[in-house]
Design a protein around this ligand. Structure first.
Ligand SMILES: [Zn+2]
Length: 401
């Protein structure tokens, strides 16, 4: 034990090979005759009683019949890493509860060591995960970092089956090439076994899904349609509000601070916001009409019969087209041109629950926000697999947390 100023600084554990037992080849794990001994190395172990703990050991080299002169197999170590596998598992588990920086601080190690530990466990998990039985996937784009460059978007593929919801794949950009890469990584067996695919109306995704998973029912889900409707209402509100302000009309007051109220579902608006909304509805402002159109669309999802749902869609779209509200006309056009995919929602009824994709997207946001220190794409990708991939972990003899 190293002590400085009366405080325990470090525990050193020195290890020696058993005299009677020879080393094993680190590549094939078979016994092999000894060759020589390397100089001493150290590995960080899980802190004991809150004190940094290190293993010290001079590895032997063995001469394997098949692999030649190699370093012996060391049971607590993985390759050339300076951290024991027990410590890597320990850091990785804490790295899920705390940010990586906090984990490093609490356990007296570096951010880099936490990163490498999570990376190791994620790579192991990806290599050992089971992909059988995946029937439904959700494909989505998420925004990352600042700006709207192509590199600021990521494509994610989720499994959204009732029994298992997890992140399956993540890749840079949101092009056709990205999704093709993702589906390739998951393998043709998985893609051909799909029954449902859920996505937004993003053209590159639609194209790739139609070409590669044509047997699956492709569903446009409620979450994304609502997003488009909300954006349209917000565009109408912003345009109208600046128009009124220029004209100096007091009506502009009516639109103040209404942004979030308008985006919520009408039945969930309470109190003063509700009064303001009621006043707006009677005002005949364009924003009011846009909001009413958006609200009435929610009726679509309640139908049980495909025929009636289709009739409602036709009715709603023609109302929107007559509304003279350009953003809503745009949405109506988009819905019309994807009518079949929209109606697939009813064909898949009961198989895909409503908020799955939205829920997973929210979790992604939590991880990317908490892991503020994840400056590089690679670190973020690893953090996301680690938190949302439900990956298996290597068996460890030590479980410290
Ligand atoms: Zn060997």
């Amino acid at each position: 034990m190293q002590v400085r100023n009366g405080q325990a600084k470090e525990i050193e554990i020195r290890l020696d090979p058993h005299g009677g037992i020879g080393g094993r080849c680190s590549r094939c794990r078979r016994r092999a005759p000894g060759y020589d001994r390397l100089s001493e190395r150290r590995w960080q172990f899980v802190p004991l009683w809150g004190i940094s703990t290190y293993f010290y050991y001079a590895p032997r080299r063995v001469e394997c019949a098949e692999h030649g002169v190699v370093v012996e197999h060391i049971p607590w170590s993985e390759g050339k890493r300076p951290v024991t596998s027990a410590m890597m598992g320990f850091l990785a588990r804490w790295g899920r509860r705390l940010s990586w920086r906090e984990t490093a601080q609490v356990f007296q190690t570096s951010w880099e060591a936490v990163y490498r530990s999570v990376e190791w466990i994620v790579q192991w998990g990806l290599a050992h995960r089971q992909l059988q039985g995946v029937e439904s996937i959700g494909v989505d784009e998420i925004h990352w970092g600042r700006g709207l460059k192509a590199d600021n978007f990521l494509t994610v593929i989720y499994q959204i089956d009732q029994h298992c919801r997890r992140l399956l794949w993540i890749g840079k950009r949101r092009s056709e090439a990205t999704l093709k890469r993702g589906l390739k990584a998951l393998g043709p067996e998985l893609v051909q076994g799909l029954r449902f695919v859920c996505s937004d109306m993003w053209r590159p995704y639609l194209k790739v899904i139609a070409a590669q998973a044509g047997q699956a029912l492709h569903v446009l889900d409620r979450f994304h349609i609502t997003l488009h409707l909300n954006q349209a209402v917000d565009q109408v509100r912003r345009a109208e509000s600046s128009r009124l302000r220029k004209a100096g009309k007091e009506k502009a007051q009516r639109l103040k601070n209404l942004r979030w109220t308008l985006l919520r579902r009408g039945s969930r608006v309470r109190g003063r916001a509700r009064q303001k909304l009621a006043a707006l509805v009677t005002s005949k402002l364009a924003t009011a009409r846009a909001w009413q159109l958006k609200e009435s669309f929610s009726h679509f999802w309640t139908y049980r019969s495909l025929v009636w749902a289709k009739a409602f869609l036709d009715y709603w779209c023609s109302r929107a087209m007559r509304s003279r509200l350009e953003p809503l006309q745009k949405v109506a056009k988009m819905l019309r041109s994807h009518e079949e995919l929209l109606l697939n929602w009813f064909r898949a009824k009961g198989e895909i629950s409503n908020g799955v994709v939205e829920g997973l997207n929210n979790k992604i946001r939590v991880v990317t926000r908490r892991s503020y220190g994840l400056r590089t794409y690679n670190a973020m990708e690893i953090a996301l697999y680690h938190n949302l991939g439900r990956l298996p972990e290597p068996e460890s003899t030590h479980r410290f947390c």
